[in-house]
Write a protein that binds this ligand. Sequence first.
Ligand SMILES: [Zn+2]
Length: 200
Amino acid sequence: MKFLPQLFAHNREWAAQQKKSDPQFFERLCAIQRPEYLWIGCADSRVPANTIVGLAPGEVFVHRNVANIVRPDDPNCLSVLQYAVDVLGISHVIVCGHYGCGGVQNALGPAAQQPLEGWLTPLRSLSRMHALELAELSDDTDRWNRLCELNVIEQVRVLSGLPTVTDAWRRGQRLVIHGWVYALNDGLLHDLNVSRDGPE
Ligand SMILES: [Zn+2]
């Protein structure tokens, strides 16, 4: 093994451990994928979806990008959503942002280089839209963290208007969209209480 042998060593160890504690584990995963949740989170290495909600492989379908943004013009995210809802029949979509998000912070400072700056355009608009509320906060960290929350709330709103979601609701499929924020400093999730289970 020429490159990254330690990762392959970890992998062999992990696979052996899984098999030891649950001999049918991999057979079961091969046979069926039936997760109940779609996780839309930030690509940040400190916010690993399965780990922080204690879910095993097979239990959560995951899409991550910089700053957990849902854009109606992003075929990647839309395809993940479509597959999760229409094929896997998941019943919960969780948008999970995190305090201290570098992507969100970018929207409060000077422009980044492309293509990152273009990707983060919706965040700049969002920060302008909430400029008054943000200006009232006492310091930059508070503004940054509030924008992390506003970003999650905005993505829940965007998701609620996407055809995959509105079609599912129209045909009576159970589908709840949630907005959460994860705190890096204590590892705890916060529910922003913006869950939606149907059109307004
Ligand atoms: Zn982030």
